[in-house]
Design a protein around this ligand. Structure first.
Ligand code: SAM
Ligand code: F3S
Length: 485
C-alpha cells in the first residue's frame, strides 16, 4: 500500500521500483542497464531484485531461438497473476520478441502496458506518460536511426569493467537469423561519441571495456575535417577505433563481441600485433565447417577463409584463445557436413564456445527449407560437438595451472564470500584467496594470481605479491600477451 505522503499520478500511486528481466545476449544485458539508468534519471526508479517488489516490470526479450521466445509468454502468464492482485502494476515487453510481435503481444496478453523495441527503449518515459494519460497500452517498435544514444543518460559505472555499444543492428541477413528483422540494419555510433563515452568511463575508474555490436568489426564512421587535418583518414574503420580506444589513459583491456569473419580485415589482425590492450581472446562465430552449409546459411565465407583468419591472427598473437558459435542440424546438414564441422573444430582448437541446435525462425529464408534431420540426430550432433569443444576449452585451462595471471577483480567470490573473484585476460573466472586486509585495495583493480586448481568452468588461485614476483620466470599462457603492469 502507498504511504499517505506518496504523490499520486493520474493513474495511481507514484512508482518507486522497476524490475527488469533480461533474456538473451550481452546486447540485451547492456540495453537493460541503459533502461535502468534512464528510468532512474527520469522517473527516480530504483532497481528491484524481484518482480513482487516492483511497480513496473520490464521483460527485455530474445527471439533468436524458439525456446527463448516461448519463455517470454510463459513469464507473462505469471505476471498476469501479479497484475490481477495489483492492478496498478505496469508491465512492459521490450527487445526482439517485442520488435517481431508488436501489437500481437497486446492481443495475446492484454494486460501488457508497453511494447517497445531495442531501438525505442529510450522512449520509455514518454510511453509511460502516454500510458498514464490515456489508460491505453502503448506500442513503439520503430527503428529511428541512432537517436537512442543521444537520448540516453551517460551509463552508470558499477565496477572496473563496462560494456559500450558501438553499433546497432545487423545487415548480414544470415538465412537462419531474425536479428536484422528485430534490431534493424547496421548503424554505427559516431567515432567521437564512442571515444568520449569510454574516456568518461575511464575517468570514473573503468579499466576494461567490452565493445558491443552484432558485428563490431563492421563498425565504420566518417571523421570530421579537424581529425583529417591531424592526418587521420576521412573514414574510420574498426581497427582505427581500437587504436584510439587503446590510447585512452586507464583503459588497459579491450574486448569486443561479436565479430564476423567476413569483415575480419588484415588491419584488424595487425591491430592484435600492435595493441597489447587487446585481450588474447576473440569470439569469432564459425557456425559450420561445411562450405555447403555455410553457403546455405549465407555466411559469406568458406571454411578455408575462416582458417586463414585464424592462422594470420595466431601469427601475430600465438596465445590467442578463440571462442565461437555453432549451429547443428541446419536444414539439409548431412553426416558428412557435420563431420566437416568436427574436423574444422579439431583443426582450430577452440576455447569455450556456444553450440546451438537450429531453430526455425518465422520470416527468415531458412524457415522455408525442408528440415528432414530427425531431432534425435540433431541432439546427438550437438552432444558430440559439445564434448569436443569442452575438451578443447579444458585443455586451454589445464595449460594455465601453475601460471601467474593478471586478474581484473570483480568483487567477492559467489560461492565463498571470503574469497575474491575476477577474470583473466583470456576471460576465465578465477576465484582466489587473498589476505582479508587487502580485499578493499584489490577490489575493482588488477591482482596477480597464481592458478592452483583448474575446474570445469572456473579456476582457483591465490593472490601473490607482485613485488615478490619474478615476472619473467613464470607465465605459460595469457600473461605473456598482457600489457606490463
Ligand atoms: N553476430 C553474430 C555472428 O556473427 O554470427 C551472431 C549473433 S546471434 C544473435 C548469436 C548466435 O545465435 C549465432 O552466432 C548463432 O550461432 C545463433 N543463432 C542465431 N540464429 C539461430 C537459429 N535460428 N537457430 C539456432 N541458433 C541461432
Ligand atoms: Fe544474425 Fe548473421 Fe547478423 S547470425 S546477427 S544475421 S551476422
Amino acid at each position: 500500500m502507498p504511504e499517505e505522503s506518496d504523490p499520486v499520478c493520474v493513474n495511481g500511486p507514484a512508482m518507486k521500483k522497476v524490475y527488469i528481466r533480461t533474456f538473451g545476449c550481452q546486447m540485451n544485458e547492456y540495453d537493460s542497464d541503459r533502461m535502468a539508468d534512464l528510468l532512474a534519471a527520469t522517473e527516480g526508479l530504483e532497481r528491484a531484485s524481484q518482480p513482487e517488489d516492483a511497480d513496473l516490470i520490464l521483460l527485455n526479450t530474445c527471439s533468436v531461438r524458439e525456446k527463448a521466445q516461448e519463455k517470454v509468454f510463459s513469464d507473462l502468464g505469471v505476471l498476469r497473476e501479479l497484475k490481477l492482485a495489483r492492478p496498478e502494476l505496469l508491465i512492459g515487453v521490450g527487445g526482439c520478441v517485442a520488435s517481431q510481435e508488436g501489437q500481437a503481444i497486446i492481443r495475446r496478453a492484454p494486460y501488457v502496458d508497453l511494447v517497445f523495441g531495442p531501438q525505442t527503449l529510450h522512449r520509455l518515459p514518454e510511453m509511460l506518460s502516454a500510458r498514464r494519460a490515456s489508460g491505453q497500452p502503448q506500442v513503439d517498435i520503430r527503428f529511428p536511426d541512432i537517436e537512442k544514444f543521444d537520448a540516453l543518460p551517460p551509463p552508470s559505472v558499477t565496477g572496473p569493467s563496462a560494456f559500450v555499444s558501438i553499433m546497432e543492428g545487423c545487415s548480414k541477413y544470415c538465412s537462419f537469423c531474425v536479428v536484422p528483422y528485430t534490431r534493424g540494419e547496421e548503424v554505427s555510433r559516431p567515432f567521437d561519441d564512442v571515444i568520449a563515452e569510454i574516456a568518461e568511463l575511464a575517468q570514473a575508474g573503468v579499466c576494461e571495456v567490452t565493445l558491443l555490436g552484432q558485428n563490431v568489426n563492421a563498425w565504420h564512421a566518417p571523421l570530421d575535417p579537424d581529425a583529417q587535418a591531424l592526418g587521420l583518414p576521412a573514414h574510420a574503420d574498426f581497427a582505427l577505433l581500437l587504436e584510439h580506444v587503446a590510447a585512452i589513459p586507464g583503459i588497459e583491456r579491450i574486448r569486443f563481441t561479436t565479430s564476423h569473419p567476413r569483415e575480419f580485415s588484415q588491419r584488424l589482425i595487425d591491430a592484435y600485433g600492435r595493441l597489447p590492450q587487446l585481450v588474447p581472446h576473440v569470439h569469432l562465430p564459425l557456425q559450420s565447417g561445411s562450405d555447403r552449409v555455410l553457403a546455405a546459411m549465407k555466411r559469406g565465407y568458406t571454411r578455408l577463409e575462416y582458417l586463414s583468419i585464424i592462422r594470420r591472427l595466431r601469427a601475430v598473437r600465438p596465445d590467442l584463445c578463440i571462442g565461437s558459435d555453432f549451429i547443428v542440424g541446419f536444414p539439409g546438414e548431412t553426416d558428412a557436413d557435420f563431420e566437416a564441422t568436427l574436423q574444422t573444430v579439431a583443426e582450430v582448437g577452440f576455447d569455450a564456445s556456444y553450440n546451438f541446435i537450429y531453430s526455425a525462425r518465422p520470416g527468415t529464408p531458412a524457415a522455408s527449407l525442408a528440415d528432414d534431420t530427425p531431432r534425435a540426430v540433431k541432439v546427438e550432433r550437438q552432444r558430440r560437438l559439445q564434448t569436443l569443444l569442452d575438451a578443447q576449452a579444458s585443455a586451454i585451462s589445464a595449460t594455465m595451472l601453475g601460471s601467474v595471471q593478471r586478474v581484473l577483480v570483480e568483487g567477492q567470490a559467489r560461492r565463498d564470500p571470503g574469497d575474491l573473484a575476477g577474470r583473466t585476460a583470456n576471460n576465465r573466472v578465477v576465484n582466489f584467496t587473498a589476505p582479508t586486509h587487502l580485499h578493499a585495495t584489490l577490489a575493482r583493480g588488477y591482482a596477480w594470481v597464481r592458478i592452483t586448481h583448474v575446474r570445469a568452468h572456473s579456476l582457483r588461485g591465490e593472490w601473490i605479491d607482485h613485488d615478490a614476483l619474478d615476472a619473467a620466470a613464470h607465465e605459460p599462457i595469457a600473461q605473456r600477451m598482457l600489457p606490463t603492469p
